[in-house]
Design a protein. Sequence first.
Length: 159
Amino acid sequence: MNRILFFLLLIVSCFSCSDDGAVFQQSVELPVSGWNKDSAAVFCFEATDTVGTYDVVVDLRNDGSYRYQNFWLFVRSYSPDSSVYSDTLECVLADNYGRWIGEGSGSLRHLPVMFLSEVKFPKCGTYSFELTQGMREDCLQGIHDVGLRIMKSKQVDAQ
């Protein structure tokens, strides 16, 4: 009986795994005391494909103690040839009624936010991404961790 249950669980887990095409995925757990505006979460991605297109997603996990509806991130990326790209990303974490958006149960929520879509990495080498919180608080409470995921784009052929 135990063997049957084991194989059933194994089969179910194989079918429940989703392949999102991630070639890079990493997250940084933030201090319980809060995310200081001067602290950056840094992610380094080694690009080897200069032809394919990729989606870059920021993964956020917040809890019920987060006091705002939205969250602002400052993103800087550095390419192997020392080019710098800076952008600001707004992440809407709750709807107009204060209900959290994203997956999760209880007060902890996970929200993936698209940062770049169908981008190419034109040079082989290390690309660095620095994420800093862009809110008006010096030390922001309620954000548990921040992550970066780079996935192969799922392009639809236009005919």
